[in-house]
Design a protein. Structure first.
Length: 499
């Protein structure tokens, strides 16, 4: 028998060293995230592994799993505890060592292994840990699987049948890099700033881009799990501004910024201006729909309205489906409807054949951007961006909100805007034209200006995005209107960044 996990334990006590700690809120919509020490301990991670191995058995898949870890000072310890639990539940473990999340997904195909458990806190700050999991490549868990896993772990209903094995896969990153580099070289010599924020991608991104013919300008590619300059997060303006400065200094054609586990890519153009990932998605959709007329794309609800209104996409016969935010939701939707690609404002991009295997890989996204430039001789990244219809758009802004109440608050915000539409109340000075409630609420008024509120899937935060096709002033008016609604809830705190 293994003890039932406790929701809270005081560190530096006998109980903390003798019992599993697993805070229930760490089981999120499609992966798991905890603050190590205060929300989960290593014995709790072991319980998570037992639960995950038990769930693999219940799902009827072969109990064999790829496991890797990102570059944080404690990730190896977390991975070892997770492996102990997986092996106790009878899993054959294939350890690929230090890895990017997409490298673990690639390993499922390359090693012919059905399951994956990648130890990473992605872009979360130091102190966080977590696991991205799947049992049906290229998909990762969604709410149903996460709900079942939570129930198994918190009730300690483990099936500990033994019969496990362990294998370390030597030099696996070489296979991943070779797979990405096994393609034609660029005909256009691009100077590329490769920014990794001292995170895991620094070990792999420069060599992949160099292999396809790019002239590399590395920025913070030395691995340092203290993240001394900024958190490796390409939605963070601090990281993007550092990339901007280096692009201008080195006269680069483009800057590419990768997050902590390498499944996202941010873009800065040759003029030093950041291009939010959803607009990069529109640019890529233009490029790809010219090659594949009538293509279907998926965009998340945080993304620009240009996917629905862009005249070039319409001329190419492209169709875009707006869907729930979240890498797991987007992967599933792209897979379900056979879309050529999916684009999420956070920078998770999903490419199906012939471009990818359906999972999110920041390096595959970077290669797609380089290919787009290669197919546009004489045009810069800024030229391609400026060819888009003009909109004014905020970065992703996240006010603090406790995990325990954030979904309830979003539900109340949804009801507020639904009531406002029914009563014909104006928002930001205009009547509501449309409400999308597939994931939080996206409220659009008569002139096309819109604002989104949803709950973050992986941190104690809400998510706010606003955009206007009219003016910067209208964008700011929408932000004020949305924020005024949030400020009626005392639990909503300060933003991580704002306009």
């Amino acid at each position: 028998m293994f003890p039932k996990p406790k929701p809270a334990l005081a560190p530096n006590t006998y109980a903390f060293e003798s019992e599993p700690l697993v805070k229930p809120t760490g089981f999120r919509e499609y992966d798991a995230r905890w603050l190590l020490g205060s929300e989960i301990n290593l014995m709790g991670v072991e319980a998570l592994g037992m639960g995950l191995g038990t769930l693999f058995g219940q799902l009827g898949v072969r109990p064999e799993v790829v496991i890797g870890h990102d570059f944080r000072g404690y990730s190896v310890s977390v991975k070892m505890a997770l492996m102990c639990g997986l092996m106790a539940a009878g899993c054959k473990v294939n350890d690929i060592g230090l890895a990017l999340s997409p490298m673990a997904y690639f390993a499922q195909f390359d090693l012919d292994v059905p399951c994956v458990a990648m130890v990473t806190a992605s872009h979360n700050d130091n102190g966080w840990t977590g696991v991205k999991m799947g049992a049906n490549r290229p998909l990762t868990f969604g709410p149903d699987e996460m709900g079942r896993l939570k129930e198994i772990v918190l009730s300690a209903r483990f099936s500990l049948k033994g019969g496990a094995s362990y294998a370390f896969v030597e030099n696996f990153p070489t296979r991943y890099v070779a797979d990405l580099a096994n393609r034609r070289k660029l005909t256009r010599r691009l100077r590329v700033v490769v920014a990794c924020g001292n995170g895991t991608a620094g070990a792999f991104a420069p060599q992949v881009l160099e292999a396809i013919g790019c002239d590399i300008v590395p920025l913070d590619c030395d691995l340092d799990h203290n993240f001394p300059k900024y958190n490796p997060n390409p939605e963070d303006m601090k990281m993007l501004h550092a990339v901007r400065d280096e692009v201008l200094r080195s006269k680069a054609d483009i800057g590419l910024a990768f997050d902590g586990d390498g499944d996202r890519c941010g873009v800065v153009d040759n003029d030093g201006e950041e291009i939010f990932a959803d607009k990069v998605g529109v640019m890529l959709a233009r490029d790809l729909s010219a090659l594949h007329p009538g293509a279907t794309f998926v965009a998340d609800v945080k993304s620009t309205g240009l996917f629905a209104t862009d005249p070039v996409l319409a001329r190419n016969g492209a169709r875009t489906d707006y869907w729930k935010t979240g890498h797991s939701y987007m992967k599933r939707r792209v897979n379900e409807i056979g879309a050529l690609a999916g684009f999420e404002k956070s920078g998770h991009f999903f490419f199906n054949k012939p471009l990818g295997r359906g999972y999110d890989d920041g390096l595959v996204s970077a290669l797609a951007v380089c290919d787009m430039l290669d197919r546009s001789p004489g045009r810069s990244m800024a030229d391609l961006k400026n060819a888009l219809p003009k909109t004014w758009q905020s970065p992703t802004m996240s006010p603090y909100c406790p995990d325990e109440v954030k979904y309830d608050i979003v539900e109340q915000v949804v009801k507020y805007f639904e009531a406002a539409r029914t009563s014909r109340e104006k928002v930001a000075g205009q009547p509501i034209r449309d409400l999308v409630t597939v994931n939080g609420v996206r409220v659009t008024v008569e002139d096309g200006t819109w604002g989104l509120v949803r709950a973050s899937s992986n941190k104690p935060e809400l998510v706010v995005v606003v955009e206007s096709p009219v003016s910067d002033a209208r964008m700011r008016e929408m932000f004020k209107a949305v924020d005024a609604v949030l400020r009626t809830h005392k639990e909503v705190g300060a933003y991580n960044q704002t306009i």
